[in-house]
Design a protein around this ligand. Structure first.
Ligand SMILES: O=C(CO)COP(=O)(O)O
Ligand SMILES: [Zn+2]
Length: 210
């Protein structure tokens, strides 16, 4: 896809997420790797329901603002992930209801906030490490993510929300939807005796693709 098509894809899928309740107000941000090595990102404060293709922000890998509106205050953590994960070409950060509720629970396993109970969670995400709470826009988020990126496909910011990566923008959005649905099921199953996938079942699913 060329840059114009990628811009349109970001606008269209962001609106689709907004219309289905994955994003509200001005919360969350999106980015993707452009063919020329720069990055397209949502402008700070923008609603997923009202993005404009020509207004999207372009930054280089050092975070210099090259064109469009002022980029998301979280652009540093997006760049930290791209830097450490060459297979990541798109990132979705949401404050979606169930994943954000999960991010507020005490005693989450910092290595994996959701123990697998369905195969698609394993196939699309695998594990969900937790980054401690820092205020939105803090450089600490990027520093912590730099240590995890490349080893995981999604991350949970404590008391904040999820970050989901993908091989392209569509993949990142599909992974985000799968993860939000998994968190919803997690709460539906709360206090109900649950059969988790066994280690053997998880290992069998890993590396098989989607
Ligand atoms: O989700 C957000 C902060 O974590 C939104 O910030 P931006 O509007 O600057 O992208
Ligand atoms: Zn946020």
């Amino acid at each position: 896809m060329n840059e114009a098509e990628l811009r349109q894809q970001m606008v269209d899928l962001a609106r689709s997420m907004f219309n289905r309740g994955y994003a509200t107000g001005g919360a969350g941000n999106l980015s993707l790797r452009l063919p020329n090595g720069h990055f397209l990102a949502t402008p700070t404060g923008s609603s997923f329901g009202r993005l404009v293709a020509e207004e999207l922000s372009v930054v280089d890998k050092e975070g210099n603002h090259l064109s469009g509106k002022r980029p998301s205050k979280e652009v540093a953590f997006h760049l930290a992930i791209y830097d450490k994960d060459p297979n990541c070409n798109a990132i979705v950060h949401l404050h979606s209801t169930y994943l954000t509720a999960l991010s507020c629970l005490e005693n989450l396993d910092p290595k994996n906030a959701i123990k697998a109970f369905t195969p698609y969670y394993v196939m699309r995400v695998g594990e969900l490490p937790v980054v401690p709470y820092y205020r939105p826009g803090s450089s600490n988020i990027a520093e912590d993510l730099a240590k995890l990126a490349g080893k995981y496909r999604a991350f949970l910011l404590a008391n904040h929300g999820p970050i989901i990566t993908g091989s392209d923008f569509l993949d990142a959005v599909d992974n985000a939807e799968e993860l939000e649905e998994t968190a919803k099921l997690f709460f539906l199953l709360a206090n109900k005796p649950t059969r988790y996938l066994t280690d053997e079942e998880v290992t069998d699913l890993k590396g098989r693709g989607k």
